[in-house]
Design a protein around this ligand. Structure first.
Ligand code: SF4
Length: 633
């Protein structure tokens, strides 16, 4: 019998002290599909899944007697996979090395000069062609074959018309041995109810280039997989549908099944997905069902930008602005946390249009969370392959973009990604300014330091967010503490954009990297015990600018909305005011009425300060660090 193994390693997906990993779903699909055929059953035995970044030399020892090894490759394991495959080929030149996944540089003519250890690269959906490879057929369409260093393309393959031909790796017990062998690992699962995406976003190398028409899995199989997740205490489910909610009835049934299982068995506990872009009512209904079922599911609207021309450039279809506003209002009414995502560095974005993104979102009613990502050039995405030249996109390979990228303890290979650091419309210096605009908004509005003050001024004084924050920014950026913070962050981002190494100092023991540096000033305010100081400065600004008779109470109200570590044992905290700021801002209540506000710690835990601060980052989607507010009756 020949042995076949699969490599789909991932990072630990959470704080270092927790062993949280995704089951290697893509690799599991390959084996579940191939192993249903007698040619495979009769000739191959299963070796192992490499699901974690174990030391390369150890893995080579384990895999060197394999006849075939399949590598599933994406941005988080590319360098590891290349290094492992190279060493494995040296240890056993007869081992057939098969690569697949969105990150293999398949458009490069010199593919096998770059990666001579690859024998076969499978394009697009891998299940059927991996089976063909196991049968020894290296000529069917959808492969690139290394024939003595010469690249041989076998043509374009067709997609699966019927996804029911692919057995579930969960239901065929492909992963059962992992659950037994690694009982202390907290496993996350990948659920796929359909495949394909009708959109063509140019930054994406998955939906846009790989598939178009959406094909569905059998609903009974999806339900059975959800039961498997619940029965096996799978903590977190990532539903990989590119547009969940696009099939309102069917997708609602999936939400109901998830909720039913969670209610019955307590699992899965967490859920995330990519929401449909144009089905506002059905998406909100589905989220309500998930929340009723016990999931802490908020809505993430991945807008990327609100700038019309940029949306055209990236071929992105979003909800129209007025509909976005309706979604926020619907979420607000149903108490559903709303999250949006922006990407910095998209083609055509200018410093001014980038800044306006934040104000557009505030005006539309999004105050709970805006994630900012640096634009990445993914290997096979249209933006990398075609638009790079047109928009003069310059990139640098950066390490430490994601937290997981540096916290693994088994290997010393650091993954990197190409981020856009300069464009035709945002040259490097402007890009740094744009990053610092994001830092300012992430600190003050999204970080929950001035959000209610800004909303109050917007409503009470009918002043635009742009006007309020332009004045506030000018004022606060003269403060010595904030000047130092600006220098600290802008120096790090300059270093990051120019050398690829952020080299930022840890804050309170928390590593600072590309993605979380934007909110590091919020942590620092906590660590340095500077919250009183900053609120005094904010109070001075409001007094100088607005001359409200109730400024002190307004500032106190906002200050109490920030959870303070030193008070963790005192929550819930009650506070009397002569004005109903919260009701006025959120529910149009009468302002001039005495109220008692109750401020609660959302998760009721008392933790050391470093963990408290770290949770502000890790649990940002649950708004950790911001008190839950209600009115006492
Ligand atoms: S980003 Fe999402 S919506 Fe756009 S092409 Fe990719 S998968 Fe589809």
């Amino acid at each position: 019998m020949k042995k076949v193994s699969f490599v789909q390693p991932n990072f630990n997906w959470g704080p270092v002290h927790l062993d949280i990993y995704f089951l290697p779903y893509s690799a599991g699909l390959l084996w579940a599909y191939a192993n249903q055929f007698s040619e495979v059953q009769d000739n191959y035995c299963f070796g192992e899944f490499v699901w974690r970044r174990d030391k390369i030399s150890d893995v080579v020892e384990r895999l060197k007697d394999c006849s075939v090894v399949g590598f599933s490759t994406y941005i988080w394991n590319r360098k590891y996979n290349y290094a492992l495959a190279e060493e494995l080929k040296k240890a056993n030149p007869d081992c057939l090395i098969v690569f697949g996944g969105p990150e293999v540089p398949v458009s490069r003519k010199d593919l096998f000069a770059l990666h001579p250890y690859m024998d076969v690269v499978i394009l697009q959906e891998g299940e059927h062609n991996f089976y063909e490879v196991l049968k020894g057929n290296l000529e069917c369409p959808g492969m690139i074959v290394n024939k003595n260093g010469v690249r041989v393309d076998t043509g374009v393959s067709s997609r699966f018309n019927d996804l029911t031909l692919i057995p579930s790796p969960y239901l065929t017990k492909v992963f059962d041995h992992l659950l037994v062998e690694f009982p202390n690992v907290i496993w996350n699962g990948t659920l796929e109810s359909n495949r394909g995406c009708p959109y063509q976003c140019t930054f994406c190398d998955w939906g846009s280039l790989t598939y178009s028409k959406v094909k569905k899995y059998n609903l009974e199989q999806v339900f059975a997989e959800i039961e498997w997740f619940a029965d096996n205490k799978t903590e977190h489910i990532n539903l990989t549908d590119a547009n969940y909610g696009i099939f309102p009835e069917r997708d609602m049934m999936i939400a109901e099944k998830l909720s039913e299982q969670r209610r019955l068995k307590g699992y899965p506990k967490l859920f995330n997905t990519n929401w449909a872009k144009n089905q506002k009512q059905s998406v909100v209904d589905i989220i309500s069902t998930l929340i009723d079922g016990g999931f802490n599911a908020g809505l993430t609207l991945s807008l990327q930008t609100s700038t019309e021309q940029v949306l055209k450039n990236i071929k992105r279809t979003n909800l129209e602005t007025n509909k976005v506003k309706e979604v926020f209002e619907l979420c607000d009414k149903r108490n559903i946390p709303c999250y949006t995502e922006l990407i910095l560095g998209l083609p055509g974005e200018t410093l001014e249009s980038w800044t306006d993104n934040f104000y557009d979102l505030y005006e539309a009613g999004n105050h709970t969370g805006i994630a900012v990502y640096q634009c990445q050039l993914l290997e096979n995405a249209e933006m990398n392959v075609i638009q790079r030249k047109e928009y003069n996109l310059k990139s640098i390979q950066v390490k430490d973009y994601f937290e997981g990228g540096t916290n693994d303890y088994f290997d010393d290979i650091v993954e990197d990604n190409a981020i856009v650091v300069s464009t035709r419309d945002l040259p490097l210096e402007e890009m740094i300014k744009a990053y610092m605009i994001a830092w300012f908004h992430k600190t003050f509005h999204i970080g929950g330091i001035t959000n209610y003050i800004a909303r109050f001024v917007h409503k009470f004084s009918d002043e635009s967010y742009k006007s309020f924050y332009s004045k506030f920014q000018e004022y606060i950026m003269q403060d010595p503490y904030m000047i130092d913070e600006y220098k600290r962050v802008s120096n790090s981002v300059r270093q990051w954009y120019t050398t690829g190494d952020i080299d930022a100092q840890n804050i309170g023991g928390i590593p600072v990297y590309g993605e979380n540096m934007l909110i590091s000033t919020v942590w620092k305010l906590h660590i340095d015990n500077k919250l009183d100081y900053i609120y005094n400065t904010i109070g001075d600004f409001v007094k100088q600018e607005y001359k409200f008779v109730f400024t002190d109470q307004l500032i106190d109200f906002q200050k109490n909305c920030t959870l303070v570590h030193e008070k963790l044992e005192q929550y819930p905290i009650k506070q009397n005011y002569d004005y109903n700021f919260y009701g006025y801002i959120v529910n149009d209540s009468l302002l001039e009425q005495p109220v008692i506000n109750i401020y609660e710690n959302r998760d009721n835990t008392i933790v050391p300060k470093d963990i408290f601060v770290h949770k502000i980052w890790f649990q940002r989607r649950n708004e950790y660090g911001k008190a839950k507010i209600s009115l006492s009756t």
